[in-house]
Design a protein around this ligand. Sequence first.
Ligand code: BG6
Length: 486
Amino acid sequence: MKIDESKNMPTVFVIFGATGDLMKKKIAPALFNLYKKGRLPKLFKVVGVSRSILSDDDFRKRVGEILKSHGSKEDEVFRSFLEVFLFKSGQFDNEENYKNIAKYLLDIDVSWGVCSNKLFYLSVPPVHYEMILKNLSSSGLTLPCSQQGGWTRILVEKPFGKDAKTAIVLDNLLGTLFREEQIYRIDHYLAKEMLQNILTFRFSNNLFEDSWHKDFIEKIEIRLLEKIGVEERGEFYDGIGALRDVGQNHLLQMLALVAMDNPSSFDAVSIRSKRFDVLEKLKMPSVEEIKNYSYRAQYEGYKNIKGVKLKSETETYFKILAYLDTPRFKDVPVVLESGKRMREQVKEIVITFKHQTPCLCPPGIHYKNKIIFSVEPQERISIRFWSKKPGLDMEMEERELDFLYRRDGERTQYVEEYEKLLLDCILGDQTLFVSTDEVQAMWKFTDAILDVWYNDIVPLKFYNPDTDEARESSGYIEEYISSDNL
Ligand code: BG6
């Protein structure tokens, strides 16, 4: 049982950048939830590291404020949880600082009388990664404290590089300091309940799996449409753009989940390798295909955001036509679409099935059967099908079988995902983390598109924020793949 396992794993969680945004939005509330659920190890400490000069008490006060801003009340559990937090101030580039941390961690182990596990989390901009990783290594912090036990693991946030080349450099660096089984690369989409549920839907049921392939499926559409814009993230986002920010990772991981073969066993190695099998088989589009069947646009007003260049060419919306070279999905069009400042918030995967032949359905153009996995606006699975209308005539209408996974308000975005990710990392379960092979395969595909885009072969278009303009202007991609053209 997982609960017992985590309880018996004395662990110190070292967070670099502990006074930053990720701590506020995700880590502190996620840890508190795990604490309340009794899922943290009995012996557990969080050591926050940052350049700020803070005492343990100052740090605890800050964490307390974060928890209150997430709606927690200051009660007994709240106060005892804050005891978990310790603080070490220091510059990331100062070697001496790492030696102090090592000594500090040793003191914790001595007070516990064990050699504890060490989990390092880089909650800092990627420019600091190299320096922190190198210092961690030279100070001996990456080594377990004993040969009998006490693992060391590292959690890294996306982006993993800016393209395949920089991702290799980062991975080579990680690889010299840690083994692959010690590296936990976060893509929080993999930890979304609804997306984990895709594997259950497909492989724990026997309803659709036999028709889950090219003979029955006409197309796959994956969309991540957000109402929010780039807001205060201009400096990070500019020069990155929507394809790198969410396409290279979240959308492709969603594709991997709907398109992968049965992993036979549900362990991390099998699932990760099946996801990779899909990502590796993303067909490299030709320049001509990219020119004709990809679209990129920027919302009006984006350039006024702080941190964005006046002449920025960064896309905030894209639509791409992709194909997989797998026996299961060869020639099935996949539409990947994402945008910020869209009219509505929609995060979903839509699987459209081909017609029956002959089909007892209305003549002419009409909807086909669809299965929709929806993450937002609500978590649900819908199945659209034809039904006879009640009455004397043989008239048909489209109806929907709808499964609402949870009611609104039963989840806290990000916090829930980080709860799962942090716990799995402590437990050593890498299923929901991205492997180095997956990262490379995803970059290979998006690099091909970005190369063409940035050579101005696909000119950047513009759209009015909070409208469907960009979606409509790129509608020619869907028109092209409508069955009449294929
Ligand atoms: C992040 C991107 O990885 O995912 C953000 O950096 C994006 O730009 C976010 O808004 C979307 O995640 P979610 O969980 O809100 O759908």
